[in-house]
Ligand binder design. Structure first.
Ligand SMILES: [Zn+2]
Length: 308
């Protein structure tokens, strides 16, 4: 694979039109030349009337270069998908739907939002490995978007306009490795144990601030540091830094996070953090290249709980 574009100008030269994008997809899909996914035959024709589809010379099956990617059956041009994924993967803060609409000249906010949502959904790799080794674990409360704040004196779903988040950060040789973030209902042992069980590998060592909710998490050695709140950033420097970055990002890019989509924003932050040194891989995973994935429908996106 040729070097990945490092600038907007390089990107524009590399992917100027539909054909260039399709050629890239074909190259990733069939690095050694076309191979029919049905019968394994190595000979196929590009169809003239059907864009970017090859027909197998053996069994006649037609395979599109976008099959299995997030772009499949989309009405948007491949160039729009490529640009959106590139901007989302390379902007260190990500890009909101409104900016994307303006930058790509998209006709409606809804299609820009849908594009962002589909790319964001690709940010959780199926079967990703849990955190391992030494893992800092902590919890925090982050402010809600103003529109999601409960009315004064009313019975809000959240606590004083905040959402609770648990986080884990691998520590490798004094620096941060991968991150996981999840919404939690409360700071109870039950909620925190569920977070540890879902995100930390058996045999790992969990370093915490000694809060009573952590001991007894299944399969994990507990390394509690009982401290006053002032010293937490010394014992758990990386979770504290990640939480601080998360809050600044939420305010800066989204003006606070909406409750309904909180987990998907946490997934976006995690994705960008974990691929901060591999933007090329980020671009490809966003487009679903090389990843088998079920197509995402509009309903799955607006009702995330239906598919969680
Ligand atoms: Zn075939």
């Amino acid at each position: 694979m040729a070097d990945f574009p490092r600038s907007l100008i390089e990107f524009q030269r590399r992917f100027p039109d539909e054909r260039a994008c399709a050629a890239y997809l074909a190259q990733v899909r069939w690095p050694d030349g076309f191979r029919c996914p049905a019968c394994g035959h190595a000979k196929g024709w590009e169809l003239v009337g059907k864009a970017f589809t090859r027909e197998c010379a053996g069994c006649g099956r037609q395979t599109s270069v976008t099959a299995g990617t997030v772009m499949h059956a989309s009405k948007l041009p491949l160039t729009v998908w490529f640009w959106a994924a590139y901007l989302m993967a390379t902007h260190s803060n990500g890009i909101a739907a409104l900016q994307l609409q303006a930058q790509l000249g998209l006709g409606s906010y809804k299609s820009a939002w849908l594009l962002c949502a589909k790319l964001r959904r690709a940010m959780v790799a199926p079967g990703r490995a849990p955190l391992a080794g030494l893992v800092e674990i902590d919890e925090t409360a982050i402010p809600l978007h103003r529109r999601d704040e409960p009315p004064a004196g009313g019975q809000g779903r959240s606590r004083q306009g905040k959402m609770l988040v648990a986080g884990g950060v691998e520590v490798h040789g004094g620096g941060p490795g991968r991150v996981r973030l999840a919404t939690i209902a409360d700071f109870s042992a039950r909620s925190l144990h569920a977070f540890v069980e879902a995100n930390v590998a058996p045999g790992a060592t969990a370093r915490t601030d000694g809060w009573g909710g952590y001991p007894g998490a299944p399969g994990v050695t507990h390394d509690p540091h009982v401290i006053g709140p002032m010293a937490a950033h010394i014992v758990l420097p990386w979770t504290h830094r990640v939480f601080a970055n998360l809050k600044a990002w939420a305010l800066g890019v989204y003006h606070g996070l909406r409750q309904q989509h909180l987990q998907s924003y946490l997934d976006e932050f995690t994705f960008r953090f974990n691929r901060r040194r591999t933007r090329h891989a980020a671009f490809r995973s966003l487009l679903g290249i090389g990843v088998a994935r079920m197509p995402t429908t509009y309903n799955m996106l607006i009702r995330p709980e239906a598919t969680a």
